[in-house]
Design a protein around this ligand. Structure first.
Ligand SMILES: Nc1ncnc2c1ncn2[C@@H]1O[C@H](COP(=O)(O)OP(=O)(O)OP(=O)(O)O)[C@@H](O)[C@H]1O
Length: 338
């Protein structure tokens, strides 16, 4: 997978489950991945976020050997993607938008087929199948055709099938899209259990809450580049958006508060003022003290801490510059970006 432009830097020897440098991919004249670097420690959950069409699935397909990159290098589970794709394939599991479930056969038959594909001896295949069906709460449905399964059951079967070969790295491409909240939480539980067992999970998701819940590290893909990477807390700290909102029911109280508090944003319709704030106890106390000393009674005071939505909107808005860090991203509040 040599790069036709500059040769990529050599990959450092590290215990990374995934180590990639300069991955590039274009379709026709359109650049989808414009040189992305990834370092995912073994036994962690990594989430790749990005708007529709950002190239998340393309990255998963490259790293799971389904398609070749145009440039860059990667090691997955310790094996070089280009030189030893067979070993990569033997060490990984992939599930998501391209489900492997055959609806015409039963859940159990799907599992046994997977065991055959992994050349497990018959007895061992049956043992692993029984264990996974039990673990994924599919024992009752095991003898029914998979096409009769609910979305959540099908997704669980898909992940269970991925585990038959005992993969060390699992790629979950949008694993909970279309699932109801209960099934989503169940899938999260499964991911946590996998990681406890030492598996590395590479997750793509549209749900920022999912990344927040599960991921040790998060990368945001936009314009073909990783525009930010860090823990959820690190990413949240990099964007503005924290504020205190003070709402009034008495228009006179609202007007006198707005008159004194010049810097506050006004929402005349809702009779609410908005003050930039880090949400700290000290700042909240000073707001409350100020209201008390001015003899103004507010009806509601809410604190808005920046969340991953703020990060996502700031980094992937049309005004955000691909390749620039979060500090260079748009500073518009979330509402304005929606
Ligand atoms: N085989 C292909 N031929 C041509 N273009 C493709 C092909 N596969 C993907 N693309 C294009 O590459 C871009 C990235 O697609 P990809 O599916 O990787 O994005 P994504 O981030 O996973 O999006 P989504 O969140 O919508 O699933 C899109 O513009 C898509 O149309």
């Amino acid at each position: 997978m040599p790069s036709p432009a500059a040769p990529p830097a050599p990959l450092a020897d590290s215990p990374s489950a995934v180590a990639a440098t300069g991955l590039r991919k274009s379709y026709g004249g359109k650049t989808v991945l414009d040189g992305i670097d990834l370092h995912i420690p073994a036994g962690s959950v990594f989430a790749l976020l990005g708007p529709n069409g950002a190239g998340k699935t393309t990255a998963v397909k490259i790293l799971s050997t389904l398609i070749a990159a145009d440039g860059g290098r990667a090691r997955v589970a310790g094996h070089d993607l280009a030189a030893d794709p067979q070993s990569v394939r033997a060490a990984i599991g992939v599930t998501g938008q391209f489900s492997a479930v055959d609806g015409l056969i039963t859940g159990e038959e799907n599992m046994l087929l997977m065991a055959d594909l992994h050349h497990l001896p018959r007895r061992e295949g049956r043992r692993v199948t029984a264990e996974l069906l039990e673990r994924f709460d599919l024992v009752e449905a095991a003898k029914k055709p998979a096409q009769s399964y609910s979305g959540g059951m099908r997704r669980r079967l898909d992940i269970a099938m991925t585990l038959v070969g005992g993969p060390r790295v699992i790629f979950l491409d949008e694993p909970t899209t279309g699932l109801d909240p209960r099934s989503r939480h169940r899938t999260w539980q499964i991911v946590r259990e996998l990681v406890k067992g030492g598996v590395t999970v590479f997750l793509t998701t549209q749900y920022l809450e999912e990344a927040d819940e599960l991921a040790d590290r998060i990368a945001v893909l936009n314009g073909g580049r990783i525009v930010a990477e860090g823990t959820a807390d690190e990413l949240k700290r990099t964007v503005p958006g924290g504020h205190v909102r003070i709402r009034f029911t008495d228009p006179a109280a609202y007007r006198s508060a707005a008159a004194v508090l010049h810097g506050a944003g006004r929402d005349d319709e809702a009779l609410a003022l908005q003050l930039p704030s880090d949400g700290s106890q000290r700042e909240l106390r000073s707001v409350l003290d100020w209201l008390d000393s001015a003899g103004i009674e507010a009806d509601e005071l809410t604190v808005h801490a920046p969340d991953l939505d703020d990060v996502f909107f700031a980094l992937t808005s049309s005004t955000a510059t691909p390749g620039a860090g979060p500090a260079a991203a748009s500073h518009q509040p979330k509402e304005a970006l929606r």
